[in-house]
Design a protein around this ligand. Structure first.
Ligand SMILES: [Zn+2]
Length: 88
């Protein structure tokens, strides 16, 4: 399973990133990411930042950015860990 760190089209610079499962469409670095993030947030044709593994997602969900938000949305991180069996 391929996972991607992604942003909704309305994301600000200090918003938490989300995670989606990358399908046959591949990474959408320039926008047009289909569907919803793992937390259920509609990506609204946002974009992928890069491919990422579950361990890194977990680490980023535990660290806080300058706005006091986790770098990765925690519901997305939890779902990614559950999907990949990397949770604990
Ligand atoms: Zn999310």
């Amino acid at each position: 399973m391929r996972l991607s760190l992604c942003e909704t089209v309305t994301a600000g610079p200090l918003a938490s990133n989300h995670v989606r499962v990358v399908g046959p469409e591949g990474l959408k670095l320039g926008g047009g990411a289909p569907g919803a993030a793992l937390c259920g947030r509609d990506l609204a044709k946002g974009w992928d930042l890069r491919e990422i593994n579950a361990q890194e997602i977990h680490r980023l969900s535990q660290s806080i950015n300058d706005a006091g938000r986790p770098w990765v949305c925690r519901p997305c991180a939890d779902a990614a860990l559950a999907l990949t069996g990397a949770g604990g």
